[in-house]
Structure formats: C-alpha cells, structure tokens
Design a protein around this ligand. Structure first.
Ligand SMILES: Cc1cc2nc3c(=O)[nH]c(=O)nc-3n(C[C@H](O)[C@H](O)[C@H](O)COP(=O)(O)O)c2cc1C
Length: 366
C-alpha cells in the first residue's frame, strides 16, 4: 500500500510539474536530474523495457497494443497526400511512408484510405477496393517491415458529404469543377452552400457500405498492416452519424447518442470480426464539434470513447472539429495546446488509451 502510494506521488508530481507545459520534461532534468532519472526508470519498467535498457525519456519507452509492440511512442499522424491514381497508391506513397518509417517513428499511419471510389474525399485519395490497391499497399507494407522496425496502421474511411472535393493545394472541401459524384451522409445536409446536398443514406446503402468497410479490412489484413483505424472523425460518413449537427434522422440511427452511435458501432464490430484478433484496432473521433452544447461536447466524447471501448477498440485517437463549417475555432490543425477535451478525456483513463495527434506536413504540388 505504502509503495503504491509512493509511486502515485511520484507520477502525480511529474504530471503536476509538466501539465501546464511551462516546465518541460527536459527542464526538469536541469532542476533535478536524479529525480527525473528515477521517474524515467520507473516509467520504462512499467512499459516493459528490459532491465538493462538505457534510461531514456518516456517518448522512447516501448508500447504494446495486443501483440503489436512499438519500439517508441512516436506516431506519424494520418496525412492525406492527394497523390493516388484511381485510388492506387504510387511511388510517392512508398517514399513518403517509407521515409517516415526509416526516420525512426514507432508507428506510421496512412492517410484516410477509402472503401470505394465514391468514398474518396478527392480524386487523389487512395483506396482499398481493387486488387491493384492491395498489391501496391502490400509492396509498401513489405518494404517497411523488411527495411525498418516501424509498424504501420491503415486508416480506413468513407468521405460521406465531404467527398467529391478538390485536393489540398486547391480549395479544400470545395466541390470539383466537374464530374462530381453523388454523395451520401447520415442526413441530407450539405457541408457548405457550395457543396452538393448528400442523400440521406438508406438501410440497404448502409449495408453495402458496411460490406465495403469489411472488404477493405480484409485487404488490409492480407497486405500485412499491423493495425487499422476506423476514421470516425472530421465530418466524414461515420462521423456524420455521431454529430447531432449532421444527423437529424428520425429513425433508430438518429436522436439520442445511443442511436447516433448505432451505425458507427455496427461498422466497427463488422471490421473487428474480420481483423486478426492479435492485431489492434483504433478509432479516430472528433471529441468536440467546437459548437458548445449544440454539438458533440467533451463530456459526450467520453461516452463515445466508452462505447467504442466496450465494442473492443484498443486505442482512441482523439482529434477535434471539422464536423461543421460553423465551428469555432475552425482549424485543420488541432494541436494539443488547443485541446480543451484533454482533461475531460483523461479523467479515469484506464481501460482506454488515448492518442493525441501529432504534427503533419503538406505534400507539394506535382
Ligand atoms: C494536409 C493534411 C492532411 C491530413 N490528412 C488526414 C487524414 O487523412 N486523416 C486524418 O484523420 N487526419 C488528417 N489530418 C489531420 C492530422 O492527422 C492531424 O490530426 C492534424 O494535422 C493536427 O495535428 P497538428 O496540430 O500536430 O498538426 C490531416 C492534416 C493535414 C494538414
């Protein structure tokens, strides 16, 4: 009991000192190197590092999810590259992801990889819905496994009402100048006055899209990905069910949070069923709509995370916003410091694990 209390004091001291971010981890080393070293050693032991491993900051401690062992806690966030051709990843992707894996990250995420041509955000987004996609991703995954000790996670999603839009260096989220495809979403509410109004998705389309998620998951398993993530954030199809601002359905998929979560959980469960048991699965959520009580609030996000956790998710990837044009702040980059949900989400953290997203780079125009 006494030793558990001492451990708790050591850990909460560390949190108290660093949480405001006025005192950094390395600044603590200047103030009291011995104390910090003992905290690092304790953390490393908890993380399962071998006894003789050199003592290093927590970022370099290993991390385990199911059977996936990461060598450190550096994770490359999903970043749309807009460089796929007909949904097929190209040499751009091999070099982009391969380079980040070579660079030493423990885990590299792919950008949102779409379950169908109509599920793409832009014509430059990659997919996992054709044999040539599977072959190209398998080559990339093999390269990373053969040449580096990084792991790779495939983020799988459907664009919903934010589909059929321009690539990142044109006008983001604006419709294509021509050849737009028809959109579906939880409800018939356009992303902006410029975007086409989606059709409210019906039950048979929900079944079809769920089957596409399952098929993409099976392809990801055959490619050898170490982990997959269901993209349920940023206003795309799954997210459109969760936010009350994009879901005004009057059937059993709209209204209460329980109803709004019904389809996202159904899709998650179907994916989990075909994804290998020993491999972890994550879900990315927008933990606030940035609309106060009108949208998803941090408190509701705890219930969303709990529901996914009960369905078998291994880690919740916490992002924010991009679910509604009228949101404040409206920003693509939602860094940790601008994240009011963090304390609400981390209260009573176990058994969930949280990942808060990291910095990204923009690809250059070809
Ligand atoms: C160009 C660009 C592309 C992105 N693509 C994705 C994506 O495919 N999937 C996703 O979940 N988030 C995507 N994001 C969000 C990032 O993963 C990340 O959460 C965001 O940039 C916030 O992190 P930061 O504040 O450290 O930059 C993208 C962000 C940018 C700027």
């Amino acid at each position: 009991m006494l030793s558990a209390t001492l451990v708790w004091i050591r850990y909460s001291n560390y949190s108290l000192l660093t949480r405001s971010q006025r005192i950094s981890h390395e600044n603590l080393r200047l103030r009291d190197p011995n104390w910090l070293k003992s905290a690092e050693k304790w953390f490393q032991e908890k993380a399962g590092a071998p006894n003789d491993a050199p003592v290093r900051p927590p970022m370099f401690a290993p991390y385990q999810l199911r059977d996936m062992q990461l060598k450190n806690r550096i994770v490359v966030s999903p970043m749309a590259q807009y460089k796929a051709v007909e949904g097929c990843p190209t040499d751009w992707h091999l070099i982009h992801y391969g380079e980040r894996a070579k660079g030493g990250a423990g885990l590299v995420y792919t950008e949102m990889t779409c379950v169908s041509p109509k599920g793409r955000i832009t014509p430059g987004c990659p997919g996992l819905y054709a044999p040539e996609h599977e072959a190209a991703w398998a080559r990339l995954v093999d390269f990373i496994h053969q040449e580096t000790d990084a792991k790779i996670c495939c983020q799988i999603g459907h664009s919903g009402r934010k589909g059929s839009t321009q690539v990142g260096w044109e006008t983001m989220d604006a419709p294509l100048p021509a050849w737009n495809w028809d959109l579906v979403s939880a409800s018939a509410i356009a992303w902006s006055p410029q975007n086409d109004t989606p059709r409210e998705i019906n039950r048979s389309e929900m079944d079809q899209i769920k089957a596409e998620f399952v098929s993409a998951t099976e392809m990801a398993a055959r490619c050898g990905f170490d982990m997959i993530e269901l993209h349920a954030a940023h206003g795309y199809l799954i997210s459109s069910f969760i936010s009350p601002k994009s879901n005004i359905r009057t059937d059993s998929y709209g209204g209460s949070l329980e109803n709004r979560m019904r389809y996202p959980l159904e899709v998650f469960a179907a994916m989990r069923e075909v994804w290998p048991t020993e491999k972890p699965m994550s879900v990315r959520i927008s933990a606030t709509d940035w609309l106060g009580d009108e949208g998803v609030t941090p408190e509701e996000a705890v219930d969303i995370a709990r529901a996914f956790s009960e369905a078998g998710v291994d880690i919740v990837d916490v992002s924010a916003g991009q679910t509604r044009l009228r949101a404040s702040p409206f920003t693509v980059a939602c860094s940790r410091r601008r994240f009011p949900t963090e304390s609400a989400m981390t209260r009573g953290l176990p058994p969930w694990r949280l990942a808060i997203s990291m910095r990204r780079t923009m690809p250059t125009r070809s």
